[in-house]
Unconditional design. Structure first.
Length: 71
């Protein structure tokens, strides 16, 4: 499960950085693979799946979000 979390996190970072570039009118995925290519669609799908994995498993995997018992 740790490997899946790491891959999902990397995909989430890639997606976030691409969105940062989109804000400055440059889409890195489109620049590399083309706007309508199958590869770019696969990249977008993988980033989306990575985000979903993080949404549903973040609390379980994140040490900062662990619930600590009150003393």
């Amino acid at each position: 499960m740790k490997a899946i979390h790491a891959i999902a996190f990397i995909l989430l970072v890639i997606g976030g950085l691409n969105w940062l570039l989109v804000a400055f009118n440059f889409n890195l995925v489109t620049a590399i693979f083309g706007a309508t290519s199958v590869a770019s669609k696969v990249i977008y799908i993988l980033v989306g799946v990575g985000a979903l994995i993080e949404v549903f498993s973040h609390k379980k995997n994140c040490k900062c979000c662990e619930v600590t018992p009150k003393e």
